[in-house]
Design a protein around this ligand. Structure first.
Ligand SMILES: Nc1ncnc2c1ncn2[C@@H]1O[C@H](COP(=O)(O)OP(=O)(O)OP(=O)(O)O)[C@@H](O)[C@H]1O
Ligand SMILES: [Mg+2]
Length: 200
């Protein structure tokens, strides 16, 4: 699988999602985590964790499609963590994957700020036609937020993944560590693999 984790808005859980998915995928096949964000958060995470099971490269440029082609065949799976705001890098990432995940927090402002990302998807993704999914993340327990967000997104014909990532201290403090297997991101991976018809 080739996944780009994308949202032009910052601080929505892209890096957390990318590192968890790359780690989970690495247990089933050789996986490359591409840090395409000039902030370098995913690379720093990998450096601190020391033993992430995936290989990590730092490519914060719009030529990442070319670089991936050069490495073709060396990894079964690729996960690209993208920056907020850098339209050229995000476009390059989207045009080189089969799956785009858009993490979004189920809050009114975050949902409203989704438009530029959706517009970018409409412009860029036509050529390679990846599966595009919204992932509800940082979901607060015992609130209506995710249900309302789901209704809104589905009324806009945006597919929302069944799996939701809860707002938990453990995710915030897991930065710089090897993510544990399973839990919600494990469930998310199972959902994505099942969607692609990949049996583990
Ligand atoms: N499910 C969660 N529960 C609690 N905290 C979370 C969760 N997911 C992410 N966080 C925290 O929220 C903050 C933003 O997450 P993250 O860095 O993954 O977002 P981002 O979209 O990559 O940000 P940026 O756009 O700056 O790259 C971080 O402090 C992270 O640890
Ligand atoms: Mg990030």
């Amino acid at each position: 699988m080739r996944i780009a984790v994308v949202n032009l808005k910052g601080g929505v859980g892209k890096t957390t999602t990318a590192v968890h998915l790359a780690t989970g995928l690495a247990y089933i096949g050789a996986t490359l985590l591409v840090d395409a964000d000039p902030q370098g958060s995913a690379s720093r995470w990998a450096q601190l964790a020391e033993e992430l099971p995936c290989r990590t490269v730092t490519w914060p440029n719009a030529d990442l499609g070319k670089r991936l082609t050069e490495l073709q065949g060396t990894s079964e799976h690729v996960v690209i963590d993208t920056p907020p705001g850098h339209v050229d890098i995000v476009s390059a990432a989207v045009s080189t994957v089969d799956t785009v995940i858009i993490p979004v927090e189920p809050l009114a402002m975050d949902l409203d700020r989704l438009n530029p990302t959706i517009e970018l998807m409409a412009r860029v993704a036509a050529a390679n036609d990846p599966d595009v999914y919204v992932l509800l993340t940082r979901v607060r327990a015992r609130t209506r937020g995710s249900k309302s967000a789901r209704e809104l997104l589905e009324s806009l014909d945006l597919p929302v993944l069944q799996t939701e990532i809860p707002l938990l201290e453990a995710y915030g403090w897991g930065y710089g560590m090897v993510p544990p297997q399973g839990h919600r991101y494990g469930q998310l991976l199972d959902e994505l693999l099942a969607g692609k018809g990949i049996e583990v």
